[in-house]
Design a protein around this ligand. Structure first.
Ligand code: PMP
Length: 364
């Protein structure tokens, strides 16, 4: 059972091109007038569309943000990392432990020091006390790197009250929030998934955001994403965008247009795309519910029930490393580092097999 991959899989195990994306591509192919260079900020309609998608139209921070198209979410992370290193080289970046595998290498490659804070389950959700305790060591001007939703690899998302407490903590300690949003639409829905980010954007004068269309438009290989900077006022955000453009120029000059043109089309004609995205989300949620129900039915320990409340494609199995080895060696069930499984990678008939194996490695 291959639960390693980091991409969405449908019930037949495929990662298909969305029909709405194909429709956009047909339109773009028929309407294309020129492949001439675009600007350093990439596709401006895309930048506007993705800013509205993540913040929600009418959000006051739209007036004081600036967004630049990047080479996917990864490129956005590096661009923002380079910007932080340029503006504030002493700032430490605080990232979750466990972290998305690329956060530390990207920030370190930008020359920044990285520290971690724990991101783990308590009885009811995120263990917030542990977060607060670890961040006691953070200094004013440090950067707090959070996942907007569907935390990779744990699937643990803060409640809205916890987002509010995170916002207060940033104020109290002078930390700058940095939200990496790679799975909007895969947790509770496109707006609910952005609620924490929108709250922070409303309450902070400075904030960094990185965005990816890899998952929610299934545009993985088109490398489509964006970096957003929120500042105290529009002129300030514009200055920062010029700095981002300078960094981009020295790296790859301009981002590729095709994926961004597709995404801009989908932002302008969202109905069919949002319906397909909702189907992906429902598949992940149903797999979670079925797995948790099966575990309950066979009498597996209560701690496995966190798999149902966790969000998005990934969860970290609550098993020790030797139990994870047994899953592999005795049951041929393969997860990624640390026991991360891709819940979207589960076929319906595999759910009872996985539940049974989890119970067995736990029991003996
Ligand atoms: N951030 C997180 C947390 C991710 O999981 C991913 C995708 N694996 C990314 C950013 C970047 O994805 P991409 O470069 O494909 O947009």
């Amino acid at each position: 059972m291959d639960l390693i991959v980091g991409v969405y899989r449908d019930a037949s195990g495929k990662t298909p091109v969305m029909e709405s994306v194909q429709e956009a591509e047909r339109f773009l192919a028929s309407a294309a007038e020129s492949k001439s260079y675009r600007g350093l900020s990439g596709n401006l309609d895309f930048n506007d569309g993705i800013a509205r998608f993540v913040l929600g139209s009418g959000h006051p921070a739209l007036e004081r943000q600036s967004t630049i198209q990047t080479v996917a979410g990864t490129g956005a992370l590096r661009l923002i990392g380079d910007l932080i290193a340029k503006l504030s080289p002493q700032a430490k970046v605080w990232t979750t432990d466990p972290a998305y595998v690329n956060h530390l290498p990207i920030m370190a490659a930008a020359g920044l020091e990285v520290q971690t804070f724990p991101w783990r389950e308590s009885e009811t959700g995120l263990d917030f006390e542990a977060v607060v305790q670890a961040l006691d060591g953070a200094r004013a001007g440090d950067i707090l790197l959070l996942h907007g939703c569907c935390h990779n690899p744990t699937g643990i998302d803060p409640s809205l009250e916890q987002w509010s407490a995170i916002s207060r903590l940033c104020h109290d300690k002078g930390l700058i929030p940095f939200v990496d949003m790679a799975y909007q639409g895969f947790g509770d829905g496109v707006d609910a998934d952005a609620a924490g980010l929108r709250l922070l954007a409303g309450e902070h004068e400075q904030m960094f955001v990185t965005l990816s269309c890899s998952k929610n438009m299934s545009l993985y290989c088109e490398r489509t994403g964006a970096a957003m900077v929120i500042a105290s006022e529009a002129g300030e955000a514009e200055k920062v965008r010029l700095s981002l453009e300078q960094i981009a120029r020295a790296n790859y000059s301009m981002p590729p247009n095709h994926g961004a043109a597709i995404a801009a089309y989908l932002f302008a004609h969202p109905e069919a795309w949002l319906k397909e995205l909702e189907e992906c989300r429902m598949r992940v949620c149903t797999n979670r519910q079925n797995l948790a129900a099966e575990l309950k039915a066979i009498g597996a320990p209560e701690k496995f029930q966190c798999l149902e409340r966790q969000k998005g494609m990934f969860s970290l199995l609550p098993l020790s490393s030797s139990q994870i080895e047994r899953l592999r060696d005795e049951f041929a069930i393969y997860g990624a580092i640390g026991g991360r499984i891709n819940v979207a990678g589960l076929g319906t008939q595999q759910i009872p097999l996985l539940a049974d194996a989890l119970k067995r490695v736990f029991d003996s």
